[in-house]
Design a protein around this ligand. Structure first.
Ligand code: ZN
Ligand code: ZN
Length: 376
């Protein structure tokens, strides 16, 4: 099992410089592209085959052929199916949740876009981007201090958004591209992904915990040597191996949730206007967890969407803010920082850039903040 390594590779592959090189290459032919798309499903198919076999081995070979006691058989089957259902539900939602993309507000207005395309000097292009970004809740920059702009999608990248070269799109709060779900893990499905890892671990635990006594009985020849033996021995080993791989990845992601970091940010601290800050989005443990899982406990354990925010802007613990930008945000909202939600330092920015350059209120309500915390 190389789940861990594959995730690290996926992060490296999606670095911006790799994207640019990739984009400059000649577009592969349609047939090649279809072939690549089909190949991308191989890891998902593999997982499905393993789960399908584990179902057969557990239900038929263990419960039907091996367990003699009816009460034990029924209780095992009920527990097994509950965890299997939760695992499949979370896995399904992780695979099929479309990655969230930046809204129209982050595209350049038509006039600025034409200017940007005509302009050849990088500095002048930056000036255009800076002017547009002034009205957007964008606080992260490239390592060189420039506004983050995606040339493929032609959008100003919202904070924590990255371009995925596999999905060929900008993905909000991108964590990594996961080959095991053939999808980008980001704002739209990060909660599902963490639940998928949790229920996959629990599914393995249920199998190992209930199979172990029969595993030992076969091993010590207390049970007859029949075809069920092979399946039950393998079931135990495969479940144990998967558990070790998945639980280490789950542990890492739970740590990331607690720190409010994406895998990309864990490898490269986000750059803010005042420099890099690996804890830039961290608001303390409970608020970090609530950002992914929501603040209503009844939704925490189910793969239904309950993450906070709209994925375009995130509450930050920025210590400094460009005074000009802060003023413009305050004027547009017509209120002071003290009106911010429960936190005197929170600014609210509900400004959306429309194509004609005018401004209007955004429905979702984006929150930009200047919170000062001492968390390390
Ligand atoms: Zn992009
Ligand atoms: Zn992707």
């Amino acid at each position: 099992m190389h789940l861990w390594l594959d995730h690290l590779k996926a992060v490296v592959v999606t670095s911006p410089s790799a994207n640019v090189k990739h984009g400059l290459k000649m577009a592969p032919s349609h047939a090649l592209r279809c072939c690549k798309r089909a190949l991308n499903w191989v890891p998902v198919l593999f997982i499905n085959l393993v789960v399908g076999w584990s179902y057969y081995a557990y239900v038929v070979e263990l419960c039907v052929y091996t367990i003699p006691n009816n009460a034990e058989r029924i209780s095992y089957l009920v527990i097994f199916h509950i965890f299997l259902a939760m695992f499949i539900w979370a896995y399904w939602k992780t695979i099929w949740s479309k990655p969230a993309n930046p809204s129209e507000a982050f595209s350049l207005p038509r006039a600025e876009k034409e200017l940007y395309e005509r302009e050849e000097r990088a500095e002048a292009q930056q000036e255009i981007l800076k002017k547009v970004a002034r009205n957007l809740p964008v606080y992260t920059r490239t390592a060189g201090g420039a506004i983050r702009y995606c040339d493929f999608c032609q959008v100003i990248k919202p904070d924590r958004c990255h371009h995925c070269s596999t999905c060929e799109m900008c993905v909000l709060k991108m964590d990594h591209h996961c080959p095991w779900v053939n999808n980008c893990v980001g704002f739209s499905n990060y909660k599902y992904f963490v639940l998928f890892l949790s229920y996959a671990s629990l599914y393995c635990v249920v199998i190992c915990a209930t199979v172990i006594q029969y595993f030992i009985k076969f091993w010590t020849k207390q049970l007859p040597d029949n075809h069920a033996k092979f399946h039950i021995l393998f079931l135990f080993f495969v479940a144990a191996l998967f558990f070790i791989s998945i639980v280490s990845l789950l542990g890492y992601h739970l740590w990331l949730v607690g720190k409010n970091r994406t895998t990309i940010e864990a490898f490269r601290a986000p750059f803010f206007t005042n420099g890099p800050d690996k804890n830039g989005f961290s608001l303390g443990f409970s608020r970090n967890v609530a950002e992914v899982f929501g603040d209503q406990a009844k939704y925490w354990f189910f793969p239904v969407f309950s993450s906070q925010g709209d994925g375009h802007s995130f509450v930050t613990r920025l210590v400094q803010i460009d005074p000009e930008q802060a003023n413009s945000v305050l004027q547009q909202n017509g209120k002071g920082p003290a009106d911010g939600e429960a936190n005197p330092h929170v600014l609210s920015n509900n400004v959306q850039h429309t194509e004609d350059g005018s401004k209007e209120k955004m429905n979702g309500g984006q929150t930009v903040s200047v919170t000062i915390e001492n968390e390390q």
